[in-house]
Design a protein around this ligand. Structure first.
Ligand SMILES: Cc1cc2nc3c(=O)[nH]c(=O)nc-3n(C[C@H](O)[C@H](O)[C@H](O)COP(=O)(O)O)c2cc1C
Length: 320
């Protein structure tokens, strides 16, 4: 998720989750304008390879067929397992430039773009869409174009562009998407708890699930969902588990070249998300912690210092 997650976050989740809990992941969107992105940019976005065998793709967003296709071709020179195309972003600066969700109103242009990328790149191409811009009338048309263009999977966010992130996701759009195409549909939008995955699957017939913000609040949601599906007891992280997770995240960022300042900013953001769930009891201390200038001070202010093992870093087997 652009501006929030990064390769360290992804690696912590992928390497810390049980085998089978996660089927795939991709980078935050990379904006492609008139020039293709350099291979180094793709390498940087992918970051250090996780130990996990889960396929990780690069996500591209743009509307220039040549620049997008050439970037997708270059992605084959990296460790990317697939190329994902973002037609869901509602950000005004993206939308005004005719990229992201703007293409949902121009299904033929969207399909031509996908086709150019599929033709250029030896990697599998997947697509992420919202259900429409102002309404969902073009959903089936958009999906038919994507299928004909040769993409191999579509993730559908069950909200419109104008519904942003807060309006309830309408899962019946996912059932429509499943009925409209032979491609596997991954359902996205409003998955908060393991039970929600089962409910979405039952209501819509989607082939899989994409979890967005819930993973920021609760990095254990993938393991919990797997355990729920297998009728096992779910991991129940406590405050110390959250503290250790945050400490590992901070170390991972610093070890991958983030400056202490950047790492602290991301750490605060992660703590803010986790304060909605596992760190809820610390909500009172968070405003003061947000003003801390270094990470040790941050953990002390939150009262989490004791829980952070000395030398906490990337070397341990599991972040969980
Ligand atoms: C701040 C923010 C950044 C996001 N960045 C991306 C992104 O880079 N690529 C993407 O496919 N989706 C991105 N999303 C959308 C999420 O992946 C997801 O589709 C959306 O939040 C709905 O799922 P949820 O209800 O499970 O969060 C972003 C969402 C937020 C809130």
């Amino acid at each position: 998720m652009e501006g929030i997650t990064d390769p360290s976050f992804r690696r912590l989740i992928l390497d810390g989750s049980e085998s089978g809990a996660i089927g795939g992941a991709c980078t935050e969107f990379l904006r492609v304008t008139q020039q293709p992105l350099k291979t180094e940019v793709l390498h940087r976005a992918l970051g250090r390879r996780p130990q996990s065998q889960v396929p990780v793709g690069v996500q591209l967003m743009g509307n220039d067929p040549w620049a997008m296709a050439e970037t997708a071709r270059r992605a084959a020179d990296t460790e990317a397992a697939f190329v994902d195309l973002n037609f869901g972003c509602p950000a005004p600066r993206v939308f005004q430039h005719g990229a992201g969700s703007a293409l949902l109103d121009r299904p033929s242009d969207l399909a031509r773009l996908v086709e150019a990328i599929v033709t250029a790149s030896p990697l599998p191409v997947t697509v992420k869409i919202r259900s429409g811009v102002n309404d969902d009338r073009l959903l089936e048309t958009v999906l038919a174009g994507i299928e004909a263009a040769g993409a191999c999977l579509v993730t559908v966010h069950a909200r419109l562009k104008i519904e942003s992130y807060q309006m309830p996701a309408k899962w019946r759009r996912l059932a429509r998407a499943v009925a409209a195409t032979n491609l596997p549909i991954i359902g996205n939008g409003g998955l908060e708890r393991p039970e929600d995955l089962e409910a979405m699957g039952r209501a819509t017939g989607v082939a899989g699930f994409m979890i967005g913000r819930a993973a920021l609040r609760n990095p254990w949601i993938f393991d919990q969902s797997l355990a729920y599906r297998q009728n096992r007891s779910q991991p129940q992280p406590d405050l110390a588990d959250h503290a250790r997770w945050l400490a590992r995240y901070a170390s991972a960022m610093e070890n991958s070249g983030a400056s202490p300042r950047q790492a602290l900013g991301r750490l605060k953001q992660a703590a803010r998300y986790q304060s909605a769930q596992g760190l809820a009891e610390l909500a009172d201390r968070l405003p003061t912690a947000m003003r801390c200038q270094d990470r040790d001070d941050f953990f002390r202010t939150l009262g989490l210092w004791e829980a952070v093992p000395s030398g906490e870093g990337e070397g341990r087997d599991s972040p969980h």
